[in-house]
Design a protein around this ligand. Sequence first.
Ligand SMILES: [Fe+2]
Length: 207
Amino acid sequence: MAISRPVVDPMKGRIARFADLKRNGTPIMFIDSVLPGHYRMNFSVVGDTASENPDFRPMMTDPHKFQIGMFEAPPGNGPGWHTHDYVEMFMPLTGQWRFCWGIDPDDPDDLIGDEVLGPWDVISFVPDVWRRFENVSDTNSWGFAVLDPHIHFTGPDPRWPEWMIRKAAEQGLRTDNNGRLIKPGNFSELEAEITAKINGRVDGPWE
Ligand SMILES: [Fe+2]
């Protein structure tokens, strides 16, 4: 029998289309986003995805007990050496990605291990291990991340090595003590510059 009373759709806001997500990227989500080798577009699907930039726009704002992000990086780019207090899991969606890990914050080349992974592969980083990864394909590639729940802007997150913080500061980017990006006056120009670097690409399979 048809329901006659007005119904609030419980699924409102619960579908994220990739076409919309692609228009909703944050080119400078982290302090390393302006450094060569670390250019990438970050997308929030659910929750805060460990952002340092408070102006990211999640596709889904209802609380979940996990957080999901996506990212697109040009060849040779990806997140710099960092760690978190919580589990961070990745699945490449396109291309090939090299994931690296170690325990020395001061040496991103002193690795305990590294692995090249592709679509459908999964890697789940334990808290506190230092990690970086990069797109080792010759076209822009995409990936997907699931993070443990965490409360953002309560302290530095990600945790960066001092040398990375210095390199980012030389480009005008730093955070406050709660891990929130302090935007320089030329932030809009920087965002446009990084977006152009990410988009100066051979078109990927999603275009
Ligand atoms: Fe991370």
